[in-house]
Write a protein that binds this ligand. Structure first.
Ligand code: ADP
Ligand code: MG
Length: 228
């Protein structure tokens, strides 16, 4: 039996703009370690909203999130920021790299943020950048990197603190077909028995290569194809 890493209970999110929009409606779901889940659904269906809640970037309107049976208190922002830094690697569609910093700095700064020493952080970052195929790009700035290379840096950055959870929001959404494949397989390779990966995508081919394909339908999650 794989351990449950994230448990969503009646997770609800509404946005109170001009019109109250109910985006997520009482979602109940258990995500297991050692598995990679894909999240599909049309634009506006709530994929990013759900990932932002699980990243503890945004807070639910109702319901709860448990990480390894421990319920998150959304009032404890500092704790949650620390929890995120140590346990969650996040990858976006656009790489979100700091433009004034090199590839290496972008990766090791994330490690410093969670309290590691600079020399250790640097050598670990170099190792990870090498593993994602960027040995020759460490001193490059984001503007000097291709889209695929930037996403490799983003993956390295997400991996630096050896997170139990990786959340990726359309990680290949702005890449060409071949680069998308490379990045997808690189992401998929990061799964291990202790780790959970969830990625939102519009690409059904990649979605089908996950352990479990989920679809956002009418504010809820439906399992389309599960091997978990
Ligand atoms: N901060 C926000 N304020 C108001 N509405 C929002 C906000 N974020 C998302 N939404 C709305 O929530 C819905 C779901 O958006 P999103 O989660 O980004 O969908 P997806 O990632 O599936 O394309 C959309 O209707 C969007 O307009
Ligand atoms: Mg989105």
């Amino acid at each position: 039996m794989n351990k449950i890493i994230i448990e969503l209970s009646n997770l609800t999110k509404s946005f109170n703009t001009k019109k109250n929009i109910k985006v997520l409606k009482k979602i109940n779901y258990k995500f297991k370690a050692g598995k990679i889940y894909s999240l599909m659904g049309p634009s506006g269906s709530g994929k990013s909203t759900l990932l932002n809640l699980m990243s503890l970037i945004d807070r639910p309107s109702n319901g709860s999130i448990k990480f390894e049976s421990k319920q998150i208190d959304f009032n404890k922002k500092k704790n949650n920021d620390m929890f995120r830094a140590n346990n969650i690697g996040i990858i976006y569609q656009q790489d979100n790299l700091l433009s004034d910093f090199t590839a290496l700095e972008n990766v090791y700064l994330s490690s410093l943020a969670s309290g590691n020493k600079i020399e250790e952080a640097k050598s670990k970052s170099k190792k990870i950048l090498k593993n994602v195929g960027l040995s020759n790009r460490m001193e490059h700035y984001p503007t000097e990197l291709s889209g695929g290379e930037k996403q490799r840096v983003a993956i390295a950055r997400a991996l630096i603190n050896e997170p139990k959870i990786i959340l990726a929001d359309e990680p290949t959404g702005s890449l060409d077909k071949n680069t998308s494949q490379e990045i997808f397989y690189l992401l998929k390779k990061q799964i291990n028995s202790q780790r959970l990966i969830i990625f939102a995508t519009h690409n059904r081919f990649f979605a089908n290569k996950s352990d479990c394909l989920l679809e956002m339908i009418d504010g809820n999650i439906k399992t389309i194809n599960g091997r978990v």
